[in-house]
Design a protein around this ligand. Structure first.
Ligand code: NAD
Ligand code: UDP
Length: 317
């Protein structure tokens, strides 16, 4: 029975990973300090014999008794409004948190998987982005706290692989959405769906010509799981290449929800990448992975989730 630590396990992605790993027969230890995660995301796992929760900030020394086979390091604020509000914590968890959890992996002889991001490509000059691209990041820009923390985390992970022989994996995750996102996380998917459901204006930043490529959470979890078990020790993009402009996306949400909301335009945040689309040739070849959930289907499931959340919130009021 593999024993696996998931940092950031009470977050959006981490909680889905805990579910999948338990389903695959792992004993899962979830570690989180709830800085951006929620107890609700793991409430259904409390009491499961295979699940253990440790409330801990992974930028401090990490102690886990017993053996560990795998460590998945997903702790980090991830949405722009979160990491802009938590710049130092974001840098610390990418740097110190990655160092601590790599040290733990070395100690336990565990395989380590780092959650990296398409943000390592910054405002990319190559389109679509493949793993061989080194990126175009502004180190001192407001988004630099996240991008550079993840770039450091990748460098640290490769150093532990090369110098300490730790088995490591790096996933570069592209924009992911689905149930358990926070309605107030400020990301475009949560904002647009919740604005549409409440009949508020849909806030497009800039002229909406910037593009993103959204992947549904189940596809990401499948990709991460395959990478974890694979022999690929260099970064792999996991994302859905189905690219859309943000303005088209706003119109798609209006059509999907049948809302009366209109689109309003707000200033474009600083250093907002103009384009983003994964090249997933490597994931296809090395992992036999490609996304299977269409945006229409993924958005339908996510809208259902947010509708239920709104209904619960209305009951409480
Ligand atoms: P999230 O905010 O929902 O989850 C992050 C979790 O990490 C939270 O539960 C938070 O409380 C926890 N955390 C943060 N700092 C911590 C610390 N010092 N100690 C312990 N726990 C801490 O965000 P998410 O979208 O689930 O992202 C998870 C991971 O995936 C992050 O590493 C993020 O960078 C990466 N990622 C996400 C996306 C995406 O589109 N969602 C894209 C690229 C990369
Ligand atoms: N965005 C927007 N309206 C919103 C929230 C975001 O137009 O209410 C835009 C944002 O400027 C960016 C894109 O949507 O161009 C994706 O933003 P998100 O915060 O989801 O993630 P990012 O990919 O920028 O990290």
């Amino acid at each position: 029975m593999p024993r696996t630590l998931v940092t950031g396990g009470a977050g959006f992605i981490g909680s889905h990973l805990c579910d999948r790993l338990i389903h695959e027969g792992h004993d899962v230890i979830c570690m989180d300090n709830f800085v951006t995660g929620r107890p609700d995301n793991i409430a259904h796992l409390i009491g499961n014999d295979r699940f253990q929760f440790i409330q801990h900030d992974v930028t401090n020394y990490v102690y886990v008794p017993g053996e560990l086979d795998y460590i998945l390091h997903f702790a980090s604020p991830a949405s722009p409004i979160d990491y802009l509000q938590l710049p130092i914590q974001t840098l610390k968890v990418g740097a110190l948190g990655t160092h601590k959890t790599l040290g733990l992996a070395k100690n336990k002889g565990a395989r380590f998987l780092l959650a990296s991001t398409s943000e390592v490509y910054g405002d990319p000059l190559q389109h679509p982005q493949s793993e061989s691209y080194w990126g175009n990041v502004n180190p001192i820009g407001v988004r630099g706290v996240y991008d550079e923390a993840k770039r450091f985390a990748e460098a640290m992970t490769m150093a532990y692989q090369r110098y300490h022989g730790v088995e490591t994996r790096i996933v570069r995750i592209f924009n992911t959405y689905g149930p358990r996102m926070r309605a107030s996380d400020g990301r475009v998917v949560s904002n647009f769906i919740n604005q549409a459901l409440r009949g508020e204006d849909i806030t497009v930043y800039g002229d909406g010509s910037q593009t993103r490529s959204f992947q549904y959470i189940d596809d990401l979890v499948e990709g991460v799981y395959r990478l974890l078990l694979s022999e690929e020790n260099e970064p792999v993009n996991i994302g859905n290449p189905d690219e859309t402009s943000i303005l088209e996306f706003a119109q798609e949400i209006v059509a999907l929800t049948g809302t009366n909301s209109s689109v309003s335009f707000k200033p474009l945040p600083k250093d907002d990448p103009q384009v983003r689309q994964p090249n997933i040739t490597k994931a296809k070849e090395k992992l036999g992975w490609s996304p299977v959930v269409s945006r229409a289907e993924g958005l339908r499931r996510t809208t259902e989730f947010f509708k239920e959340e709104l209904a619960v919130a209305a009951e409480v009021e």
